[in-house]
Design a binder for this molecule. Structure first.
Ligand code: ADE
Ligand code: SF4
Length: 348
């Protein structure tokens, strides 16, 4: 590791010429920046864009978000995954209304106290929306910085993040702190890309990049191997009743909290077995056919799902018959059940 001059000037010049025109870069209010940064945390820009536009159209300000019906909010988030992000957005919006008169505080430490806002998001809102000199270090920035400084420290360690955050802070130009942060993220998204070879030939920082000079950049950043995901086998029952399908609301905590699901049992069951299990819950149903097996990957677990299409004569709580219209307007069926949605589009 050697000390390089601040990359600010060439980075900002590159950003001014090459940045993408994105909706959240227009009219950068604190609210718009906040929602975009939360959406972009676990979601690619291209995947988030349609959600972002729809969300902003329906919930244009903090008060609208605070007042939104939770099922409606889940519906606006349906398919994006990591639904706790939406629940935390609303919790924070309610605090902002109750305690700050509906305006996000212009202070990183105060932002940091709100649900769902960590160091990165607090720094991003503070710098991008309020012009405050705060760093905003996400995975993109850790990657770029590891390469620039040829630093092979494990970027998953809090100590590494703390140290790199201090370096970013020191390099930040006082007149454009937000643009500097966003330029680092943009360089990470467009040029200093993840998974192998960065596009160093297009990089405005090549002449001052230690990782490029040493030839080590493609192998950076260093992260320990991930633990393999646990897999779980499930059997789904897509149970039709009259003109709807029986759905059950998931518990208010844990995976996919508060969202809707079809009947679901652990293990891989036969048609007779699932009829029996449903019967024990007061649902008299007959299996009509097996469904195509499906998988869904969450961050820590992978679901392997088999299932059946059934028709019921009788149902009982916790199941609720749900029509196509209800599915479209108010009940969020998470992306994990994409295969079920496809079946329902044909049969409902
Ligand atoms: N990823 C997260 N926030 C971003 C932003 N403002 N610009 C580009 N990529 C991002
Ligand atoms: Fe990344 Fe290459 Fe630019 Fe260095 S020169 S910052 S490794 S793209």
């Amino acid at each position: 590791m050697t000390k390089s001059p601040s990359p600010a000037a060439p980075l900002l010049a590159w950003f001014d010429r090459n940045k993408r025109i994105l909706p959240f870069r227009q009219n950068k209010t604190p609210y718009r920046v906040w929602v975009s940064e939360i959406m972009l945390q676990q979601t690619r820009v291209s995947a988030a864009l349609p959600y972002y536009e729809r969300f902003m159209a329906e919930l244009p300000d903090v008060r609208a978000l605070a007042d939104c019906e939770p099922d409606r909010l889940a519906k606006l988030w349906e398919g994006l995954g990591y639904y706790s992000r939406a629940r935390n957005l609303q919790k924070a919006a309610r605090i902002i209304v109750d305690e700050y008169g509906g305006e996000l505080p212009a202070d990183a430490a105060m932002l940091r106290k709100l649900p769902g806002i960590g160091d990165y998001t607090a720094g991003a809102i503070a710098s991008l929306a309020f012009g405050l000199p705060e760093p905003a270090v996400d995975g993109n920035v850790l990657r770029v910085w590891s390469r620039l400084s040829n630093d092979a420290s494990d970027v998953t360690l809090p100590e590494t993040k703390r140290r790199m955050t201090a370096k970013v802070r020191a390099a930040q130009p006082q007149d454009r702190p937000g643009d500097f942060n966003e330029a680092l993220m943009e360089l990470g998204a467009l040029v200093c890309i993840p998974n192998g070879a960065p596009l160093c030939g297009e990089c405005p920082l090549q002449s001052r990049c230690e990782g490029y000079k040493a030839g080590t950049a493609p192998g950076l950043p260093v992260k320990p191997a991930k633990k393999p995901r646990r897999t779980e086998d499930w059997t789904l029952g897509v149970v039709l009743f009259e003109d709807g399908v029986l759905l059950e609301k998931r518990p208010d905590t844990g995976l996919l909290a508060g969202l809707w699901q079809p009947a679901m049992f652990p293990g891989t069951l036969s048609a007779e077995e699932i009829e029996k299990r449903l019967g024990a819950q007061g649902v008299v149903a007959h299996a009509e056919r097996a469904l195509k097996p499906a998988r869904h990957i969450f961050s820590h677990v992978e679901w392997h799902m088999t299932g059946y299409l059934l028709r019921a004569e009788r149902f009982s709580p916790p199941y609720e018959p749900t029509t196509r219209a209800q599915l479209e307007s108010g009940r969020a069926l998470p992306g994990a059940f994409k295969s079920v949605r496809a079946v329902l589009e044909k049969v409902l």
